[in-house]
Design a protein around this ligand. Structure first.
Ligand code: FES
Length: 469
């Protein structure tokens, strides 16, 4: 049976699963493993400068709102403030949610919660929604973030730009969850052990909004609600403006981000506001690459992608054309000619290396000098697959190769300090203990002792009886 609606009800989820659309293997372009490691590096400096600029501009615009109230100058003041508060916060929410902007996990989380509040998004629900969006991008009935659904309606799309409906729905959802009642989508997305957190977060957010309302009443001034909460509505158009370029008009139910996602060359101002998410195909293919390295990633893999749209206007022309066609034929999707990925959508070269058995049964995986700092190596040993690497402080480690959240190999991930990060949804594990340290992973990894003898690195697969040869 075809999936008839975009609603991520459990019935639709089941249909998508049966159709083989869920947790599929997605196409990846070839990229040099050393280059990928370089691009995955995190920089507190870069993220601090960019975030300070955004927050600094927001605060200055906020002062301007107060200083100009309610003269004609308050119109541009409020417009700028709202665009920064309720518009540019979306890309910060996104990047911090992946945990890739700052090297510091705490810094990512602080800005993530702040941006969630600015957008009226429940932090935990939206984390889980976005994990799903990355697992099953634009899979109908399974991806909760398909914003522009077919057949498109011009009136509905224009209405979205006002953010009156979208903002009201977000606010009502927070109120409902603050009251302890989770909606069906939240129940579908958020695991049971995290649902109390959803309620608590909603209560805190509603509490802060109520303080703004009380301040407005006491001060007899609209400024508190304009500055806190109201600007989510007033700046929401910018979220829609950028968001529509990501996937609108492209193909549904395909397993290749080159067919359902768009990269658009935008001007520097847009790129600052949107935090380089205009390189959206690249981001979906390699979510472990931080926003400041996406232009370089684009340079590395662009020959294997569909040509990027040369401007925001070009993207809108393409989208408007697709919307027109889809009103006549709802099944129309933008056809794209793709360059062939060498070896046909082969996975990233991750430095898989042959191994040999040592005299005591240990598995010799290579010379110690061949493991650089932050290096990861996938080693398949019979039926088992492990990942061997070196942390950024220089310790060698080995652990089971498959992420405990879904079947994705960690050898394609990144080493951040003493942790290994999954390439799919940025879960992290402590390299020394295997403990899961970042969502969405809950269970830890089995780790294996590593020794170095005569310059050779050996892994001791304790507890694994037969590994084949
Ligand atoms: S597969 Fe989801 S975090 Fe690893």
């Amino acid at each position: 049976m075809a999936i008839s609606s975009y609603d991520i009800s459990s019935a639709n989820t089941e249909l998508a699963r049966r159709a083989g659309y869920v947790d599929a293997q997605w196409a990846l372009p070839a990229i040099n493993a050393v280059e990928l490691r370089r691009l995955q590096r995190r920089s507190n400096l870069h993220a601090t400068l960019s975030t300070s600029l955004w927050l600094g501009l927001t605060v200055i615009a906020g002062f301007a709102v107060v200083a100009t109230a309610w003269s004609w100058w308050s119109i541009p003041s409020v417009a700028v403030y709202a665009a920064l508060y309720g518009g540019a916060s979306d890309s910060r929410w996104h990047e911090m949610g992946h945990g890739t902007a700052f090297r510091s996990r705490r810094a990512n989380d602080v800005i993530y919660y702040l941006a969630c509040f600015m957008l009226l998004r429940g932090p935990t629900i939206w984390r889980w929604s976005h994990y799903r969006h990355h697992t099953d991008t634009i899979i109908k009935g399974h991806d909760a973030e398909i914003a522009f659904q077919r057949p498109p309606s011009v009136a509905r799309t224009l209405w979205r730009f006002t953010h009156l409906q979208g903002g009201s729905e977000l606010l009502l959802r927070l109120v409902r969850h603050a009251g302890g009642r989770l909606d069906d989508e939240a129940k579908e997305l958020v695991p049971a052990h995290e649902r109390r957190r959803v309620v608590l977060e909603s209560r805190i957010m509603i509490g802060v909004l109520l303080i703004a309302v009380i301040a407005t009443v006491v001060l007899r001034s609209a400024i508190p609600v304009v500055l806190i909460g109201g600007s989510t509505f007033l700046g929401g158009w910018l979220v829609v403006f950028f968001g529509i370029t990501q996937h609108a008009g492209l193909q549904e139910n395909v397993f290749d981000h080159r067919l359902n996602t768009r990269t658009v060359m935008m001007n520097p101002v847009f790129r600052f506001l949107y935090l380089n998410m205009n390189f959206h195909v690249e981001h979906h293919m390699f979510p472990s690459v931080p926003y400041y390295s996406l232009p370089s990633l684009h340079g590395e893999i662009s020959s294997q992608l569909a040509p990027a749209l040369p401007s925001t206007w070009a993207a809108y022309r393409q989208i408007i054309g697709a919307f027109r066609r889809q009103q006549v034929d709802p099944n129309y999707e933008i056809p794209l000619e793709l360059p062939k990925i060498e070896g046909d959508a082969r996975p990233v070269e991750i430095g898989a290396e042959s191994w040999m058995r040592g005299p005591s049964g240990e598995v010799i995986v290579g010379l110690e000098t061949s493991f650089g700092l932050g290096e990861l190596r996938k080693v398949d040993i019979g039926r088992h697959s492990v990942v061997v690497g070196r942390t950024e402080s220089g310790s060698l480690f080995a652990c089971e190769g498959w992420c405990t959240h879904a079947k994705v190999h960690l050898g394609e991930g990144a080493v951040i300090g003493e942790e290994i990060e999954c390439p799919k949804h940025n879960a992290r594990f402590d390299c020394r203990t295997g403990e899961a340290t970042r969502k969405p992973a809950k269970d830890g990894l089995t780790t294996y002792p590593v020794t170095v003898s005569k310059g050779r690195v050996s892994v001791h697969l304790v507890g694994i009886d037969s590994v084949g040869s």
